[in-house]
Design a protein around this ligand. Structure first.
Ligand code: SF4
Length: 471
């Protein structure tokens, strides 16, 4: 993705039944780092004693010290890695959240976004609940705490039948972990086996890193309790139409993960192939925007027969580079991240494949960079349709106004990018690349048709997509 301003909110992980639970969670989160780089946290239970550590930064920064991890004793853990706003206000929102109620503890880690959290929060507020954070996730633990059900798992189920929207969760009690997925199944959550332990994670790449085996997905609407008694599934939520986030295949998930039961690599490659079929172009070479468009670019090259080249080098060590707003070097923000390979581009007709365009500002700078490196022609091909609407289910996106395709035609975007041609994959073409039925997917950001009406659309409430968007 040329624009680095769409962020997945989170990656979640959980493990039950291993004396090195915190360490394995650390490695699991490390593999899920691409789902959120601004904060991370781990909570463990050591025979009922709860330990927690969390902070701002990438997983390796938050747990930079070996001692920090060794203090997190216990044979069960949950962890979270998150994209969030910077600044003091977001410190309180670092997950997992831990609450104590009736002398019992409950920790929660959430990937997704609730669509009725404002309404529920107001009600809970009026009844005396004291919120510690400004996050929608906290609503779930308050609802569980207020439930009249006796057993802990029933209280969790009670809370999950009240909230609406997207949630892939891991929860931790003193003696169990719980994995739950909303009944639409927006975001992935998988179950794995590591020796005699059970593991759950947003993506299966987190299993690979510790040597765990993928067993199955947590089903949409399933609440899976993992304790010394084994696995127990509960289905408290009403069954509904699936709405798997298609963007997981396009951009968010790693190509080495199995998501919604399919290899991401395979689907992403098919997207590139389909793009080449729908929008052929006469060119000398095809390059991808690293790293997210690499796999789709390979598919495009295979189908079109145009030679695949590495025409842009991405600097992986960018981190939090300080860029002076008064800098005299033009387009420094893009140049810090990407450098064109002149020997590859000079005098060539170039196809540039990317997975999506958000605001278009970075794409425009990259087209310019490639041209300045000597490319004769620059043809942009996008392996998804134009993004016309924001996401209300857990993906940070700019507001509708800021999405370039919400107010400009493809021809106008092509002109804005100063590309020789710009073409997007069709909605139909994108949805037919997965083996699952097309109707099983959410593609709201491309179609504007939402499976759960966001409050902003049904007019009852004003709901913005999650805060924390970068310019
Ligand atoms: S709106 Fe887009 S990003 Fe959000 S869940 Fe649906 S497909 Fe995914």
């Amino acid at each position: 993705m040329m624009d680095t301003i769409v962020h997945d909110n989170c990656g979640v992980f959980g493990i039950f039944g291993n004396s090195r639970a915190a360490k394995l969670t650390y490695f699991g989160l490390y593999a899920l780092q691409h789902r959120g780089q601004e904060s991370a946290g781990i909570v463990t239970s050591d025979r009922g004693i709860i330990h927690m550590h969390k902070g701002m930064g990438e997983v390796s920064e938050v747990f930079a010290d070996e001692k920090t991890l060794s203090r997190l004793s216990g044979n069960m853990a949950i962890g979270h890695t998150r994209y969030s706003t910077t600044g003091a206000s977001s410190l309180i929102n670092i997950q997992p959240f831990l609450i104590t109620n009736r002398s019992r503890h409950l920790a929660i880690a959430h990937n997704g976004n609730l669509t009725n959290s404002l309404e529920l929060r107001q009600k809970l507020d009026a009844k005396g609940s004291i919120f510690q954070t400004t996050s929608d996730t906290e609503v779930i633990v308050h609802l569980a705490a207020r439930s009249r059900k006796r057993r802990r798992i029933d209280r969790i189920c009670d809370a999950l039948t009240t909230v609406k929207g997207a949630f892939s969760l891991t929860l931790l009690t003193e003696d169990s972990i719980v994995a739950a997925r909303d009944s639409h199944g927006f975001h992935p959550l998988a179950l794995g086996r590591f020796r005699k332990s059970w593991v759950v994670a947003s993506e299966t790449c987190a299993f690979d890193i510790i040597g765990a085996r993928y067993v199955r997905d947590i089903e949409p609407g399933e609440v899976l309790e993992i304790s010394a008694a084994g696995l127990r599934s509960h289905y408290p939520m009403k069954k509904t139409k699936h709405a798997f986030c298609i963007f997981e295949y396009i951009y968010f998930s790693r190509p080495d993960s199995i998501v919604f039961g399919e290899n991401v690599d395979k689907i992403r490659r098919r997207l590139g192939r389909q793009l080449a079929i729908e929008h052929p172009v006469d060119a000398d070479i095809v390059i991808g925007i690293p790293d997210s468009a690499n796999t789709a670019t390979l598919g495009f090259a295979e189908e079109s027969g145009i030679r695949f080249e590495i025409g842009l080098i991405r600097n992986h060590y960018v981190g939090r580079t300080f860029i002076d707003p008064h800098q005299s070097i033009r387009d420094l923000d893009v140049k810090v991240k990407f450098n064109p390979v002149k020997g590859v581009l000079k005098g060539r007709k170039v196809v540039v494949v990317d997975d999506s365009i958000v605001r278009g500002t970075t794409s425009r700078k990259l087209v310019k960079l490639i041209r300045e490196a000597g490319a004769k022609e620059v043809h942009v091909r996008i392996s998804s349709p134009p993004i016309v609407s924001p996401c209300f289910y857990g993906i940070d996106m700019p507001t509708r106004k800021e999405l370039i395709a919400s107010h400009r035609s493809v021809a106008k975007i092509e002109k804005y990018l100063k590309a020789d041609s710009l073409r997007y994959l069709s909605l139909e073409g994108m949805l037919s690349m997965a083996s699952l039925p097309k109707t099983d997917f959410c593609a709201s950001c491309f179609s504007g048709r939402y499976p759960i009406k966001p409050p902003a659309i049904n007019g009852k409430h004003r709901l913005k997509p999650r805060q924390g968007l970068k310019a």
